[in-house]
Ligand binder design. Structure first.
Ligand SMILES: [Zn+2]
Length: 266
């Protein structure tokens, strides 16, 4: 079997409007409805895309995560290819109740947090959030690499709550342009409950994904695209053509996510 034939699981997707005031082409190019997200995923042999709604994340500091979660629950029910991250925003307490209700659905696989778009430092809100995640033994995807969401800031919370699992998004993303933050945080964590995803624009950097696998192991690296903000096909071919072994590529593209999400191995 060719690596490109593996039916991948993209653990980091979105749908909806990239609401960036004053940037009309970014809005035009990086927005897509759910059908278009699915079309692009199928184009590069992605079987499942786990999405959070851009309505619940943007515009920065002014999104509506409650309406976004309700919308996403309806959308994923309509598309066999889509699964849901329910958004939790500590500044919108109603989202905690939504998470409890929506996590009962087999289509809602975990929780998404975004300290940058929701404008809070994880250092200040981590205690409350991680206690909630741990009580629910939740799988959580977080944006990481900017000043409210530095990967190293998550490590003490993940270490204190080994019942939950945390995926640091965007290997290579750093507000200071340092490429190693996510990988070093995973390496520093104590209980094996920290992972990182490949959904960064920094994936264009040669050797980055390969270095990540060398440092933390392919079983800690998950395939993510950040579709429709980034090209899903470009992210896919970066893994397919990486300087990694076939089994490592399989783990990244499908195997690790299948285990975490209780989906078939292939
Ligand atoms: Zn994203």
């Amino acid at each position: 079997m060719q690596i490109s034939e593996i039916q991948a699981i993209d653990i980091h997707g979105h749908y909806g409007r990239n609401d960036r005031p004053g940037r009309p082409l970014a809005i035009q190019f990086q927005s897509a409805d759910p059908a278009e997200v699915v079309r692009r995923a199928r184009q590069c042999n992605t079987r499942y895309t786990v999405v959070s709604p851009l309505l619940g994340l943007m515009p920065r500091g002014g999104s509506d995560p409650v309406a976004g979660n309700d919308q996403a629950a309806r959308v994923v029910a309509e598309y066999d290819d889509l699964l849901q991250w329910v958004i939790v925003d500590p500044l919108h307490p109603r989202t905690f109740e939504q998470a409890d209700a929506m996590l009962k659905s087999p289509k809602c696989v975990g929780i998404k947090i975004h300290p940058e778009e929701h404008c809070y430092p994880i250092r200040e809100h981590g205690d409350k959030l991680f206690a909630f995640f741990a009580q629910r033994r939740a799988l959580v995807l977080t944006h990481s690499g900017d000043q409210n969401s530095m990967p190293g800031d998550f490590v003490p919370f993940a270490d204190a709550h080994p019942e939950m699992k945390l995926i640091l998004a965007h290997i290579g993303n750093g507000w200071d342009r340092e490429l190693g933050h996510q990988v070093r945080a995973v390496a520093a964590s104590r209980h094996g409950n920290l992972y990182a995803d490949t959904s960064s624009a920094s994936s264009i950097v040669p050797n980055l994904i390969e270095w990540a696998v060398h440092e933390i192991g392919a079983n800690r690296v998950l395939y993510g695209t950040d579709t429709p903000l980034y090209s899903a096909s470009m992210q896919r071919i970066r893994i397919d053509r990486s300087e990694l072994g076939d089994n490592e590529k399989y783990q990244i593209l499908r195997g690790n996510a299948a285990k975490l999400l209780n989906l078939p191995a292939d």
